[in-house]
Write a protein that binds this ligand. Structure first.
Ligand SMILES: Nc1ncnc2c1ncn2[C@@H]1O[C@H](COP(=O)(O)OP(=O)(O)OP(=O)(O)O)[C@@H](O)[C@H]1O
Ligand SMILES: [Mg+2]
Length: 338
């Protein structure tokens, strides 16, 4: 992810042949790191890729038709997913839709749901596509289990977990074939609701601690099509113990029951500062480990990786990277002016 702030690019000139990624590789010892496979849709020829990114709404796709016939709270069905006849009724998120504050999103440099295509959106589109591919394979019985569930984590506070989780959720909500539930799992320092400009309410930890509370009743529907939010709820002194209890499995199953195309994104607390991150990692099929450029150290990343080892698929995301003045970025490349 590029840095979206107006912070000037560091004056230090990057020597030729020592790019950002080469520096990251040296700093984090990524020589043995294998990048995730490029999804088929991105492996097309560049010209086709640009065209497909500019499909006009006047050219309805099969996915659009499905979306029109689906009820608002029932995710559509992806052509790549086989939904077996025995799929249970989807758990519905009822309740009034609440307004996501677009001005507030803009002020924080977050993706605008109805806004123009920006460099930031393009970056998160690439990230979401890789996560969706893994989720689809997972649903088809290949690869990791629970691929629909994605933990956004980092070693320390302030490295961009919430920034990435919210942007990823906004980018995923725009998918025609899926919807997204963004779970604020930072119980000690919840910030998803404030990032979206939403009012508080009971949440995940309340439902975990009190069996009389239904988790689906805590979910907030938003006016952004396909975007739902589960607040963190009230912190307890036993967050980790509640997360380790069998009720967590039950609640998480409930959130995706009968909804194969619902992605669940967890905004995690920092792995090295709070124990719930390691607990949460055991329930998700994918984790995105955010490394803040020029701040997150190699040892911290390694420690975080081992704490999150309950998750079978950990991806590294370099956040707040500064491009060199001569560097190219998506917005300028595609002429989006983002
Ligand atoms: N790529 C980016 N460009 C610009 N600003 C960013 C970027 N990533 C993060 N920030 C900003 O950095 C600050 C910290 O980010 P954020 O709150 O997402 O971190 P966090 O890892 O969730 O922190 P915590 O662990 O305290 O919850 C925020 O003000 C956020 O807007
Ligand atoms: Mg956060």
């Amino acid at each position: 992810m590029t840095d979206q702030s107006n912070t000037p690019t560091p004056p230090k000139k990057v020597p030729d042949g020592n790019s950002l990624f080469e520096r990251a590789s040296n700093a984090f010892d990524l020589k043995g790191f294998k990048p995730a496979p490029v999804p088929e849709s991105l492996a097309e020829s560049p010209s086709k890729r640009i065209r497909s990114g500019m499909v006009r709404p006047s050219q309805p796709t099969r996915a659009d038709e499905r979306a029109q016939t689906a009820t608002p709270d029932t995710p559509g069905t992806s052509p790549t997913d086989t939904v077996d006849q025995g799929t249970p009724d989807p758990v519905r998120f009822q309740g009034e839709r609440r307004y996501v504050d677009r001005v507030h999103l803009r002020e924080q440099g977050l993706i605008q749901p109805e806004g123009a295509v920006t460099g930031l959106l393009e970056e998160f589109r690439i990230v979401k596509r890789q996560l969706l591919e893994v989720a689809r394979s997972s649903l088809a019985g290949r690869g990791v289990a629970n691929g629909q569930r994605v933990l956004i984590c980092s070693p320390h506070p302030g490295e961009g977990k919430t920034f990435c989780a919210v942007n990823l959720a906004l980018a995923m909500a725009a998918e025609k074939d899926s919807e997204v539930l963004l779970v604020d799992a930072d119980f000690a320092k919840p910030s998803v609701l404030s990032a979206l400009g939403l009012e508080g309410g009971p949440g995940f930890m309340d439902a975990l601690a009190d069996p009389s509370i239904k988790v689906e009743d805590c979910v907030i529907a938003t006016d952004v099509p396909g975007l739902y939010v589960l607040p963190a709820g009230n912190q307890t002194n036993n967050d980790s113990e509640y997360l380790a209890s069998s009720r967590t499995v039950e609640l998480l199953d409930c959130l995706t029951r009968g909804a194969p195309n619902r992605m669940v994104i967890f905004d995690s607390p920092p792995a090295l500062a709070a124990s719930p991150a390691a607990e949460l990692a055991k329930y998700v099929g994918q984790a995105v480990l955010v490394a803040r450029a020029d701040r997150t150290g190699q040892n911290a990343l390694e420690d975080a990786c081992s704490l999150l080892s309950g998750c079978p698929d950990i991806k590294l995301l370099l956040n707040a990277a500064h491009f060199s003045p001569s560097g190219r970025k998506f917005g300028s490349y595609y002429g989006y002016g983002g």
